[in-house]
Ligand binder design. Structure first.
Ligand SMILES: [Zn+2]
Length: 271
């Protein structure tokens, strides 16, 4: 096993997040942000990954696969892994019932199967949260791992079922399942860091890339077999000035001895 593993992950939402998570289906400008990711951001990211010879993991909603099949096929034929991110990019907690969530997960599986010829083994929740039914649905559809939760910083662990969080009694952790969690962090996600909103204004981009690098440095020094997961979106990371910084970050991590860039599936199945 390497001293450290890096999972570069790409949530290829296309326009699905604007339609299904942000309720912006009638906003051509917000939809165009997603189209930028499809037409410009994704090809640029593929070029950068190709230059470094790294295999990455793309979480792709079925809506993106069915809307932009050629763009997603570029990802698949370039040798990157494609895993499940819902069909519609609906936040799991907002489904009216388990049946509606099951239908969306099943439809997302069918989209991935039509592209790749195989079922997905991993899931990343749109919005990084589960409903009360998500875990059992993942088990029902034979998923092996998830990458949406935050119970560890740089190590995989097992998701637990049957937990209880009553307001008037102690928390009950429940029991371990076979599902492996490869944890994410809001501290290593480009969307909250860089997506412009009128309340916050511009992010200090230099500072954020420095933070990402210092998180890797800390993990490399302090965590045995650490796994560093960075989450990107083509519509956010695909801008030229950010790609230059991303390139520098990847170079900096790769300059350390015994660092492996690999897929989330590889981490989940090898521990
Ligand atoms: Zn997403």
């Amino acid at each position: 096993m390497s001293r450290a593993r890096v999972c570069l992950t790409v949530d290829f939402d296309g326009v699905s997040s604007w339609i299904h998570s942000f309720d912006e289906a009638d906003s051509p400008t917000n939809l165009s942000r997603g189209l930028f990711g499809v037409d410009v951001g994704a090809p640029r990211l593929l070029d950068l990954f190709d230059e470094h010879g790294v295999e990455t993991t793309w979480f792709v909603p079925g809506h993106t696969i069915d809307s932009f099949p050629e763009a997603v096929d570029e990802v698949w034929t370039a040798g990157h892994d494609i895993q499940h991110h819902g069909w519609s990019h609906t936040r799991p907690g907002t489904y009216p019932d388990a049946a509606a969530e099951r239908d969306d997960i099943e439809r997302g599986i069918e989209s991935i199967e039509s592209l790749t010829g195989r079922a997905p083994s991993g899931y990343r929740s749109p919005s990084w949260d589960f409903s009360a039914n998500t875990l059992s649905l993942l088990e029902e559809f034979d998923f092996e791992w998830d990458s949406s939760q935050m119970g560890r910083e740089f190590r995989p662990y097992r998701l637990r079922t049957g937990w209880q969080a009553p307001a008037d009694a102690p928390y009950d952790r429940g029991s371990e399942t076979d599902l492996v969690e490869v944890p994410v962090s809001w501290q290593r996600d480009d969307f909250p860091a860089f997506a412009f909103n009128r309340e916050r204004g511009y992010a200090n981009e230099t500072e954020i890339f420095e933070t990402w690098e210092s998180q890797f440095e800390w993990m490399y020094r302090n965590v045995d077999d650490g796994v560093y997961v960075l989450t990107m979106h083509p519509q956010i990371m695909g801008y030229g000035h950010r790609l230059e910084r991303l390139n520098a970050l990847v170079e900096s991590m790769a300059a350390h001895s015994d660092v492996e860039f690999t897929t989330v599936d590889d981490v989940a199945t090898t521990g």
